[in-house]
Ligand binder design. Structure first.
Ligand code: CBY
Length: 434
């Protein structure tokens, strides 16, 4: 055999001997990319109740190169204005997400973003989270998902944080990773991304305590195992809404698990089926699943790398809406049971709502019929309305209390504004601790 023929073979042999890559991905093939169009369409054409709730979508769209240049210019410009005017009232995680979105790639021409100021403010918000944990029995102002976002943004944008503190707080046994004793895959995934960034950054730095690095390595491994232990038969990680970020976590830590522990393609194909069933109609849901399907992770955020721009096929609202077919006949009424449960007391009402109503509509109807028993208040979030209080009893992160949504005895995976009720459902809001 001539040498020129041997070279490719030798290359192949060497390649097969290389240990598993740091980043193992299974992005959607070129031919299947059209399956992702509804996600992009949802993110671009949604009406966000507040611009800050578009942070996740902007991050995702910019990271995946799904905008054209003028869309990027327009959306980023609007977003900068919002961040600057609302910054004091943002939670730490909201500001972290905003920084990630703005710095996903190089800012459009003519826009100056004062990253160091934003990052300094994020550092302060992160400190307030830690202070709250010290004062309130280890409970942060928000939650560990947001603390992980904070660390991720501080790490990627050269902010201040203590590695020793990270190594102390992000122990997988910490109660903040669990709701009702169940490991939160969303939270664990975000923590893996944050810890991976921190670990990557310590490479080559001599003054770092070896013990901290060892802990961070062990914690990452344990978090990955916990995420994989929540794999369902059809390949989802946790539930459909945690799967995207869990995939990102698995992409960046493939040296912590074996090939036989996770078949990425199976997860991806289940997600693609769920897209066609309309599971990602909320822009935030779409935003959190898209990067993984495009083979991207939040660790790819880089304010100095040029943005990639796609075609402008999603520019106008002339695009067909994804579903929403208006029925010719007026919708029929259905009856559902609705209860407010506080400890052993249960107040029940039967209400009639139009077919296709969501949980929130049922609560509104009950409130109308009996405000004394069924009055409630909501707060807008990136996932839609969150029930903060019922009958004057208000959820509290310091006490780890909240109003849990249940249907037919089961904990719901969707919020009050999304869960479509069925005739005869036994709906419940239950005063719970997590
Ligand atoms: N984002 C956050 O701060 C939220 C982090 C998150 C882990 C989030 C899920 C995951 C994500 N990807 O964004 C989260 N939920 C948290 C932390 C919480 C707690 C909020 C209080 C706190 N400590 O900050 C709490 C109270 C445990 C909680 N979620 C409650 C609920 C229920 C809300 C009910 C209500 N009162 O309105 C509900 C509906 C569960 C229930 N049956 O009661 C709920 N969460 C759900 C369903 C969800 C998923 C939403 C899915 C959907 N399609 O709507 C979720 C994605 C999410 C948002 N919660 Co919480 C988890 C999932 O199912 N995979 C950062 C910020 C900047 O945006």
């Amino acid at each position: 055999m001539r040498q020129s023929h041997q070279l490719p073979l030798l290359g192949l042999l060497l390649f097969s001997l290389i240990p598993r890559q740091q980043c193992e991905i299974c992005e959607v093939s070129k031919e299947n990319k059209t399956a992702l169009k509804p996600l992009i369409h949802t993110m671009i054409n949604s009406n966000y109740t507040k611009t800050i709730h578009a942070a996740n979508a902007l991050l995702s769209l910019r990271l995946c190169g799904s905008l054209n240049q003028s869309q990027d210019q327009h959306l980023t410009e609007q977003f900068i204005l919002t961040v600057n005017s609302t910054e004091p009232s943002l939670t730490s995680g909201q500001l972290a997400l905003a920084i990630l979105a703005l710095g996903a790639c190089k800012a459009p021409d003519g826009m100056s973003i004062n990253y160091s100021e934003l990052v300094k403010r994020l550092g302060n918000k992160y400190k307030e989270e830690i202070r709250n944990m010290e004062d309130h029995n280890g409970n942060p102002l928000t939650n560990y998902y947001q603390l992980s976002l904070d660390i991720l943004a501080l790490c990627l944008f050269n902010g201040n944080y203590s590695i020793t503190e990270v190594a102390k707080f992000f122990n997988p046994e910490n109660k903040n990773y669990y709701f009702h004793g169940q490991f939160s895959v969303d939270t664990g995934a975000m923590a893996v991304l944050a810890l991976t960034c921190v670990k990557n950054k310590t490479r080559g730095q001599k003054q770092i305590d070896k013990k901290d690095i060892e802990n961070i390595n062990n914690y990452t491994e344990s978090l990955i195992n916990k995420i994989l232990s929540q794999k369902t038969e059809n390949g989802l990680l946790g539930n459909i809404y945690s799967t995207g970020e869990a995939m990102q976590a698995l992409f960046v830590s493939s040296n912590y698990y074996n090939e036989n522990q996770w078949v990425c393609e199976k997860t991806r194909d289940t997600v693609l089926t769920e897209i066609s069933r309309g599971a990602f109609r909320l822009p935030t849901a779409a935003a959190q699943i898209l990067p993984a399907l495009m083979g991207k992770t939040y660790l790819d955020v880089n304010k100095d790398s040029s943005c990639v721009y796609g075609s402008d096929s999603f520019h106008t609202s002339t695009q067909e809406p994804i579903v929403s077919v208006t029925p010719a006949v007026s919708p029929s009424q259905i009856q559902v049971n609705y209860s407010v449960v506080i400890d052993n007391r249960k107040d029940r009402i039967v209400v009639s709502v139009t077919d296709g109503s969501v949980f929130l509509n049922v609560m509104e109807q009950a409130q109308k019929e009996n405000p004394t028993l069924f009055r409630f208040k909501t707060k807008e979030t990136a996932w839609g309305p969150y029930i903060i209080s019922v009958r004057g009893i208000t959820a509290s992160t310091n006490d780890r209390t909240y109003w849990e949504l249940r249907s037919n005895g089961e904990h719901l995976n969707q919020g009050a504004g999304s869960y479509v009720v069925h005739a005869g459902d036994d709906l419940e809001v239950r005063w719970s601790t997590y």
